[in-house]
Write a new protein. Structure first.
Length: 368
Protein backbone atom coordinates (compact mmCIF):
# COMPACT_ATOMS: atom_id res chain seq x y z
CA UNK A 1 0.00 0.00 0.00
CA UNK A 2 1.58 3.26 -1.11
CA UNK A 3 0.81 6.66 0.41
CA UNK A 4 1.44 10.10 -1.04
CA UNK A 5 2.16 12.57 1.77
CA UNK A 6 3.46 15.32 -0.51
CA UNK A 7 0.36 15.24 -2.72
CA UNK A 8 -1.82 15.64 0.35
CA UNK A 9 0.16 18.38 2.08
CA UNK A 10 -2.05 21.50 2.17
CA UNK A 11 -0.61 24.77 0.90
CA UNK A 12 -1.51 28.35 1.80
CA UNK A 13 -1.68 30.65 -1.21
CA UNK A 14 -2.48 34.32 -0.66
CA UNK A 15 -4.10 33.46 2.66
CA UNK A 16 -6.31 30.72 1.17
CA UNK A 17 -5.80 27.06 1.96
CA UNK A 18 -5.44 24.59 -0.89
CA UNK A 19 -6.32 21.31 0.77
CA UNK A 20 -3.91 19.31 -1.39
CA UNK A 21 -1.58 19.69 -4.40
CA UNK A 22 -4.09 18.41 -6.95
CA UNK A 23 -5.78 21.19 -8.89
CA UNK A 24 -7.87 21.09 -12.02
CA UNK A 25 -7.02 23.00 -15.18
CA UNK A 26 -9.89 24.36 -17.19
CA UNK A 27 -11.71 21.52 -18.94
CA UNK A 28 -15.44 21.72 -19.43
CA UNK A 29 -16.83 19.06 -21.78
CA UNK A 30 -19.24 20.71 -24.20
CA UNK A 31 -22.10 18.39 -23.27
CA UNK A 32 -22.15 19.79 -19.73
CA UNK A 33 -23.03 23.36 -20.68
CA UNK A 34 -26.20 24.61 -22.26
CA UNK A 35 -29.68 25.88 -21.56
CA UNK A 36 -32.88 24.14 -20.56
CA UNK A 37 -36.14 26.02 -19.97
CA UNK A 38 -34.18 29.28 -20.28
CA UNK A 39 -32.00 28.26 -17.36
CA UNK A 40 -28.47 26.87 -17.34
CA UNK A 41 -28.47 23.08 -17.54
CA UNK A 42 -28.01 21.37 -14.21
CA UNK A 43 -25.28 19.18 -15.72
CA UNK A 44 -22.69 21.97 -15.41
CA UNK A 45 -23.45 22.14 -11.71
CA UNK A 46 -23.16 18.36 -11.38
CA UNK A 47 -19.91 18.39 -13.32
CA UNK A 48 -18.11 20.97 -11.17
CA UNK A 49 -19.36 19.10 -8.07
CA UNK A 50 -17.96 15.86 -9.52
CA UNK A 51 -14.57 17.44 -10.11
CA UNK A 52 -14.51 18.74 -6.54
CA UNK A 53 -15.54 15.28 -5.33
CA UNK A 54 -12.68 13.76 -7.35
CA UNK A 55 -10.40 15.72 -5.03
CA UNK A 56 -9.28 18.84 -6.91
CA UNK A 57 -8.31 21.67 -4.56
CA UNK A 58 -9.16 24.19 -7.33
CA UNK A 59 -12.06 23.60 -9.72
CA UNK A 60 -12.58 25.85 -12.77
CA UNK A 61 -16.13 26.99 -13.52
CA UNK A 62 -17.38 26.98 -17.12
CA UNK A 63 -16.69 30.13 -19.09
CA UNK A 64 -20.12 30.24 -20.67
CA UNK A 65 -23.34 28.87 -19.35
CA UNK A 66 -25.97 30.84 -21.19
CA UNK A 67 -25.18 31.76 -24.81
CA UNK A 68 -23.65 35.15 -25.33
CA UNK A 69 -24.61 36.71 -28.66
CA UNK A 70 -21.72 39.14 -28.63
CA UNK A 71 -18.64 37.03 -28.11
CA UNK A 72 -17.55 33.78 -29.63
CA UNK A 73 -16.54 31.97 -26.49
CA UNK A 74 -13.41 29.84 -26.35
CA UNK A 75 -15.52 27.13 -24.82
CA UNK A 76 -18.27 26.62 -27.37
CA UNK A 77 -21.78 25.99 -26.11
CA UNK A 78 -23.67 23.03 -27.62
CA UNK A 79 -24.99 23.24 -31.17
CA UNK A 80 -28.46 24.74 -30.57
CA UNK A 81 -26.82 27.87 -29.24
CA UNK A 82 -24.14 28.39 -31.81
CA UNK A 83 -24.36 31.65 -33.65
CA UNK A 84 -25.97 31.54 -37.05
CA UNK A 85 -24.52 33.48 -40.00
CA UNK A 86 -26.52 36.58 -39.18
CA UNK A 87 -25.32 36.68 -35.58
CA UNK A 88 -21.77 35.93 -36.69
CA UNK A 89 -21.98 38.92 -39.03
CA UNK A 90 -22.87 41.18 -36.12
CA UNK A 91 -19.76 40.27 -34.19
CA UNK A 92 -17.32 43.14 -33.78
CA UNK A 93 -14.22 42.81 -35.95
CA UNK A 94 -10.86 44.43 -35.33
CA UNK A 95 -11.43 46.79 -38.25
CA UNK A 96 -14.76 47.99 -36.82
CA UNK A 97 -12.72 50.27 -34.61
CA UNK A 98 -12.90 50.15 -30.83
CA UNK A 99 -14.66 47.13 -29.40
CA UNK A 100 -18.02 47.86 -27.85
CA UNK A 101 -18.88 47.43 -24.20
CA UNK A 102 -20.67 44.24 -25.12
CA UNK A 103 -17.56 42.42 -26.29
CA UNK A 104 -16.63 41.14 -22.88
CA UNK A 105 -18.11 39.07 -20.14
CA UNK A 106 -19.02 41.92 -17.87
CA UNK A 107 -21.23 43.47 -20.54
CA UNK A 108 -23.46 40.51 -21.28
CA UNK A 109 -23.09 37.11 -19.66
CA UNK A 110 -23.11 38.14 -16.07
CA UNK A 111 -25.90 40.65 -16.50
CA UNK A 112 -28.19 37.67 -17.09
CA UNK A 113 -29.84 36.95 -13.80
CA UNK A 114 -30.02 33.18 -14.26
CA UNK A 115 -26.35 33.06 -15.06
CA UNK A 116 -25.39 35.00 -11.94
CA UNK A 117 -27.45 32.74 -9.72
CA UNK A 118 -25.97 29.71 -11.43
CA UNK A 119 -22.39 30.88 -10.94
CA UNK A 120 -23.04 31.44 -7.25
CA UNK A 121 -24.54 27.94 -7.00
CA UNK A 122 -21.57 26.37 -8.76
CA UNK A 123 -19.18 28.21 -6.44
CA UNK A 124 -20.97 26.98 -3.33
CA UNK A 125 -21.11 23.42 -4.71
CA UNK A 126 -17.31 23.50 -5.05
CA UNK A 127 -16.87 25.11 -1.62
CA UNK A 128 -18.91 22.38 0.00
CA UNK A 129 -16.03 19.99 -0.79
CA UNK A 130 -13.49 22.27 0.87
CA UNK A 131 -12.17 23.28 -2.58
CA UNK A 132 -11.73 26.65 -4.24
CA UNK A 133 -13.19 27.61 -7.60
CA UNK A 134 -11.51 29.50 -10.41
CA UNK A 135 -12.77 31.52 -13.31
CA UNK A 136 -11.05 32.88 -16.40
CA UNK A 137 -11.17 36.67 -16.64
CA UNK A 138 -9.50 36.93 -20.05
CA UNK A 139 -12.83 37.28 -21.84
CA UNK A 140 -12.34 40.90 -20.81
CA UNK A 141 -9.95 41.13 -23.77
CA UNK A 142 -11.20 42.02 -27.22
CA UNK A 143 -10.32 39.22 -29.65
CA UNK A 144 -8.71 39.17 -33.04
CA UNK A 145 -6.08 41.90 -32.71
CA UNK A 146 -2.36 41.64 -33.26
CA UNK A 147 -0.63 43.27 -30.28
CA UNK A 148 1.35 45.53 -32.59
CA UNK A 149 -1.82 46.94 -34.20
CA UNK A 150 -4.17 47.49 -31.26
CA UNK A 151 -5.03 51.16 -30.72
CA UNK A 152 -3.36 52.46 -27.58
CA UNK A 153 -6.71 53.37 -25.99
CA UNK A 154 -7.85 49.73 -26.21
CA UNK A 155 -4.81 48.60 -24.25
CA UNK A 156 -5.20 51.42 -21.76
CA UNK A 157 -8.74 50.18 -21.07
CA UNK A 158 -7.67 46.60 -20.47
CA UNK A 159 -6.72 46.85 -16.78
CA UNK A 160 -10.20 48.20 -15.94
CA UNK A 161 -11.90 45.58 -18.09
CA UNK A 162 -10.08 42.77 -16.30
CA UNK A 163 -10.78 44.40 -12.94
CA UNK A 164 -14.52 44.66 -13.65
CA UNK A 165 -14.77 41.00 -14.67
CA UNK A 166 -12.73 39.92 -11.63
CA UNK A 167 -14.79 41.99 -9.19
CA UNK A 168 -17.99 40.58 -10.65
CA UNK A 169 -16.84 36.97 -10.34
CA UNK A 170 -15.49 37.60 -6.83
CA UNK A 171 -18.93 38.87 -5.81
CA UNK A 172 -20.36 35.51 -6.94
CA UNK A 173 -17.94 33.50 -4.80
CA UNK A 174 -15.07 32.84 -7.21
CA UNK A 175 -11.78 32.46 -5.32
CA UNK A 176 -9.16 32.20 -8.07
CA UNK A 177 -8.97 34.61 -11.02
CA UNK A 178 -7.26 32.97 -13.99
CA UNK A 179 -5.53 35.05 -16.64
CA UNK A 180 -5.09 33.11 -19.89
CA UNK A 181 -1.67 33.88 -21.35
CA UNK A 182 -0.74 30.59 -23.01
CA UNK A 183 0.42 29.77 -26.53
CA UNK A 184 0.20 33.26 -27.95
CA UNK A 185 -3.59 33.30 -27.74
CA UNK A 186 -4.23 36.57 -25.95
CA UNK A 187 -3.09 40.18 -26.07
CA UNK A 188 -1.45 39.95 -22.66
CA UNK A 189 0.85 37.11 -23.70
CA UNK A 190 1.48 38.71 -27.08
CA UNK A 191 2.64 41.84 -25.27
CA UNK A 192 5.49 39.79 -23.74
CA UNK A 193 6.58 38.50 -27.13
CA UNK A 194 9.66 39.55 -29.06
CA UNK A 195 7.22 39.95 -31.95
CA UNK A 196 5.60 42.87 -30.10
CA UNK A 197 6.62 45.78 -32.40
CA UNK A 198 4.86 48.57 -30.51
CA UNK A 199 6.80 51.77 -30.10
CA UNK A 200 4.64 53.21 -27.29
CA UNK A 201 4.70 52.42 -23.58
CA UNK A 202 3.45 48.85 -24.15
CA UNK A 203 6.31 47.77 -26.42
CA UNK A 204 10.08 47.93 -26.41
CA UNK A 205 13.31 46.00 -26.62
CA UNK A 206 13.50 45.04 -22.96
CA UNK A 207 11.65 42.53 -20.80
CA UNK A 208 10.72 45.37 -18.43
CA UNK A 209 9.09 47.41 -21.21
CA UNK A 210 7.14 44.47 -22.59
CA UNK A 211 5.97 43.50 -19.09
CA UNK A 212 4.25 46.82 -18.55
CA UNK A 213 0.76 45.86 -19.79
CA UNK A 214 0.68 42.69 -17.69
CA UNK A 215 1.82 44.62 -14.61
CA UNK A 216 -0.93 47.22 -15.05
CA UNK A 217 -3.58 44.50 -15.41
CA UNK A 218 -2.34 42.50 -12.42
CA UNK A 219 -2.18 45.62 -10.22
CA UNK A 220 -5.75 46.61 -11.08
CA UNK A 221 -7.11 43.11 -10.48
CA UNK A 222 -5.24 42.95 -7.17
CA UNK A 223 -6.67 46.30 -6.16
CA UNK A 224 -10.30 45.26 -6.67
CA UNK A 225 -9.87 41.65 -5.49
CA UNK A 226 -7.39 41.87 -2.62
CA UNK A 227 -8.46 38.51 -1.19
CA UNK A 228 -8.55 36.45 -4.37
CA UNK A 229 -5.79 34.25 -5.72
CA UNK A 230 -4.41 35.58 -8.99
CA UNK A 231 -3.40 32.73 -11.29
CA UNK A 232 -1.62 33.07 -14.63
CA UNK A 233 -1.78 30.19 -17.13
CA UNK A 234 1.18 30.54 -19.45
CA UNK A 235 3.34 28.45 -21.76
CA UNK A 236 6.77 27.61 -20.38
CA UNK A 237 8.25 28.92 -23.62
CA UNK A 238 6.95 30.15 -26.95
CA UNK A 239 9.26 29.62 -29.92
CA UNK A 240 10.08 33.00 -31.46
CA UNK A 241 8.27 34.88 -28.71
CA UNK A 242 10.07 34.13 -25.45
CA UNK A 243 12.32 31.50 -23.91
CA UNK A 244 11.94 29.85 -20.51
CA UNK A 245 14.77 32.10 -19.30
CA UNK A 246 12.78 35.16 -20.48
CA UNK A 247 9.75 33.80 -18.66
CA UNK A 248 11.76 33.53 -15.44
CA UNK A 249 12.59 37.24 -15.78
CA UNK A 250 8.95 38.18 -16.42
CA UNK A 251 7.85 36.16 -13.41
CA UNK A 252 10.36 38.02 -11.24
CA UNK A 253 8.58 41.27 -12.13
CA UNK A 254 5.22 39.75 -11.12
CA UNK A 255 6.35 38.94 -7.55
CA UNK A 256 3.83 40.23 -5.01
CA UNK A 257 1.06 40.44 -7.61
CA UNK A 258 0.63 36.95 -9.04
CA UNK A 259 0.14 34.02 -6.66
CA UNK A 260 0.08 30.98 -8.93
CA UNK A 261 1.63 30.14 -12.29
CA UNK A 262 0.05 27.30 -14.27
CA UNK A 263 2.70 26.16 -16.74
CA UNK A 264 1.49 24.87 -20.08
CA UNK A 265 3.18 23.44 -23.16
CA UNK A 266 4.64 25.70 -25.81
CA UNK A 267 1.89 25.42 -28.38
CA UNK A 268 -1.80 24.75 -28.48
CA UNK A 269 -1.13 21.22 -29.73
CA UNK A 270 1.36 20.53 -26.96
CA UNK A 271 -0.92 21.86 -24.24
CA UNK A 272 -4.36 20.84 -25.31
CA UNK A 273 -5.78 17.41 -24.75
CA UNK A 274 -3.98 15.03 -27.04
CA UNK A 275 -2.16 11.76 -26.77
CA UNK A 276 1.16 13.42 -27.52
CA UNK A 277 1.21 16.44 -25.22
CA UNK A 278 3.62 14.78 -22.91
CA UNK A 279 6.28 12.10 -23.12
CA UNK A 280 5.24 9.34 -20.74
CA UNK A 281 7.17 9.68 -17.51
CA UNK A 282 8.88 12.90 -18.62
CA UNK A 283 6.34 15.72 -18.86
CA UNK A 284 7.74 18.76 -20.61
CA UNK A 285 6.07 21.26 -18.27
CA UNK A 286 8.02 19.79 -15.35
CA UNK A 287 11.24 20.87 -17.06
CA UNK A 288 9.90 24.44 -17.28
CA UNK A 289 8.85 24.28 -13.63
CA UNK A 290 12.30 23.17 -12.50
CA UNK A 291 13.85 26.21 -14.17
CA UNK A 292 11.27 28.56 -12.71
CA UNK A 293 11.72 27.17 -9.21
CA UNK A 294 15.51 27.37 -9.61
CA UNK A 295 15.14 31.07 -10.46
CA UNK A 296 14.10 31.58 -6.84
CA UNK A 297 10.55 32.78 -7.43
CA UNK A 298 8.22 32.88 -4.43
CA UNK A 299 5.21 32.51 -6.74
CA UNK A 300 3.75 29.00 -6.52
CA UNK A 301 4.42 26.97 -9.64
CA UNK A 302 2.01 24.38 -11.04
CA UNK A 303 2.29 22.12 -14.08
CA UNK A 304 -0.31 20.77 -16.49
CA UNK A 305 -0.44 18.30 -19.37
CA UNK A 306 -0.43 14.53 -19.15
CA UNK A 307 -0.29 14.13 -15.35
CA UNK A 308 -2.11 11.41 -13.46
CA UNK A 309 0.62 8.95 -12.40
CA UNK A 310 0.74 9.45 -8.62
CA UNK A 311 4.31 8.13 -8.29
CA UNK A 312 5.65 10.72 -10.71
CA UNK A 313 3.60 13.50 -9.13
CA UNK A 314 4.67 12.63 -5.59
CA UNK A 315 8.32 12.57 -6.69
CA UNK A 316 8.07 15.95 -8.42
CA UNK A 317 6.50 17.55 -5.34
CA UNK A 318 8.98 15.90 -2.97
CA UNK A 319 11.92 17.11 -5.06
CA UNK A 320 10.49 20.64 -5.02
CA UNK A 321 10.30 20.67 -8.84
CA UNK A 322 6.82 22.20 -8.61
CA UNK A 323 4.26 23.14 -5.96
CA UNK A 324 1.06 21.98 -7.57
CA UNK A 325 -0.15 19.55 -10.25
CA UNK A 326 -3.07 20.52 -12.44
CA UNK A 327 -4.99 17.77 -14.16
CA UNK A 328 -8.03 17.57 -16.37
CA UNK A 329 -8.59 14.21 -17.96
CA UNK A 330 -7.24 12.14 -15.05
CA UNK A 331 -9.95 13.63 -12.82
CA UNK A 332 -12.67 13.18 -15.45
CA UNK A 333 -11.65 9.53 -15.91
CA UNK A 334 -11.50 8.70 -12.19
CA UNK A 335 -14.23 10.24 -10.03
CA UNK A 336 -12.58 8.84 -6.87
CA UNK A 337 -9.06 9.93 -7.79
CA UNK A 338 -8.02 11.54 -4.49
CA UNK A 339 -9.90 9.05 -2.35
CA UNK A 340 -8.08 6.09 -3.93
CA UNK A 341 -4.72 7.80 -3.41
CA UNK A 342 -5.56 8.67 0.17
CA UNK A 343 -6.47 5.04 0.82
CA UNK A 344 -3.14 3.92 -0.64
CA UNK A 345 -4.88 2.39 -3.65
CA UNK A 346 -3.08 4.34 -6.36
CA UNK A 347 -2.88 1.19 -8.46
CA UNK A 348 -6.71 1.07 -8.58
CA UNK A 349 -6.99 4.48 -10.27
CA UNK A 350 -8.79 4.18 -13.61
CA UNK A 351 -6.36 5.71 -16.09
CA UNK A 352 -7.40 8.18 -18.76
CA UNK A 353 -7.13 6.48 -22.17
CA UNK A 354 -6.30 9.76 -23.97
CA UNK A 355 -9.16 9.07 -26.40
CA UNK A 356 -10.31 12.72 -26.07
CA UNK A 357 -13.97 11.91 -26.43
CA UNK A 358 -14.62 14.31 -23.54
CA UNK A 359 -13.21 17.11 -25.70
CA UNK A 360 -15.51 16.72 -28.69
CA UNK A 361 -19.14 17.50 -29.30
CA UNK A 362 -21.59 14.65 -28.96
CA UNK A 363 -22.36 13.22 -32.37
CA UNK A 364 -19.15 14.42 -34.01
CA UNK A 365 -18.79 11.85 -36.85
CA UNK A 366 -15.00 11.82 -36.49
CA UNK A 367 -15.28 10.44 -33.00
CA UNK A 368 -18.36 8.22 -33.23
C1 LIG B 1 -12.98 18.64 -22.16
C2 LIG B 1 -11.81 19.57 -22.12
C3 LIG B 1 -12.01 20.94 -22.31
C4 LIG B 1 -10.93 21.81 -22.23
N1 LIG B 1 -11.15 23.15 -22.36
C5 LIG B 1 -10.15 24.02 -22.13
C6 LIG B 1 -10.39 25.42 -22.12
O1 LIG B 1 -11.51 25.88 -22.34
N2 LIG B 1 -9.36 26.25 -21.88
C7 LIG B 1 -8.11 25.77 -21.64
O2 LIG B 1 -7.21 26.58 -21.44
N3 LIG B 1 -7.83 24.46 -21.65
C8 LIG B 1 -8.82 23.57 -21.88
N4 LIG B 1 -8.56 22.22 -21.86
C9 LIG B 1 -7.16 21.76 -21.69
C10 LIG B 1 -6.87 21.30 -20.26
O3 LIG B 1 -6.95 22.38 -19.35
C11 LIG B 1 -5.46 20.68 -20.16
O4 LIG B 1 -4.50 21.66 -20.48
C12 LIG B 1 -5.27 19.50 -21.10
O5 LIG B 1 -6.39 18.65 -21.07
C13 LIG B 1 -4.02 18.70 -20.73
O6 LIG B 1 -4.09 18.27 -19.41
P1 LIG B 1 -4.53 16.75 -19.01
O7 LIG B 1 -3.52 15.85 -19.65
O8 LIG B 1 -4.47 16.73 -17.50
O9 LIG B 1 -5.90 16.52 -19.52
C14 LIG B 1 -9.62 21.31 -21.98
C15 LIG B 1 -9.44 19.93 -21.80
C16 LIG B 1 -10.50 19.06 -21.87
C17 LIG B 1 -10.26 17.59 -21.66
S1 LIG C 1 -10.62 8.33 -21.22
FE1 LIG C 1 -11.14 9.65 -22.99
S2 LIG C 1 -13.16 10.55 -22.44
FE2 LIG C 1 -12.27 9.72 -20.55
S3 LIG C 1 -11.19 11.45 -19.63
FE3 LIG C 1 -9.69 10.33 -20.85
S4 LIG C 1 -9.70 11.38 -22.83
FE4 LIG C 1 -11.57 12.01 -21.76
Amino acid sequence: MKHYPYIFTPMVVHGRVLKNRLAMSRAIPTFTVGVEDEKPMASALTYVGDMAAAGASIVPLPAVVLPNPHTRPMQMPPRPFEMDDEEEGKMPKPDDGLPTEKTHTEGVDLSLRNNRIFYARMASAVHSYGALCSMGISDAEPRGWDISDVPLEVLEELPDRFARAAADYASLGVDVMNVHMSYGGTLLCRSLSRRNRRTDKYGGETIEERARLTLEVFRRVRAVCPDCILQVQISGEEPGAYTTEDLCRYVKLWEGLVDLIQLRGATDAAAHPSGVNSVRGKPVTLEYAKKLKASGTSIRVGVVGGYGDPELMERALKNGDCDLIYMSRALIAEPDYAEKLLEGRGEDVTPCLLCNKCHVRPGDPDFG
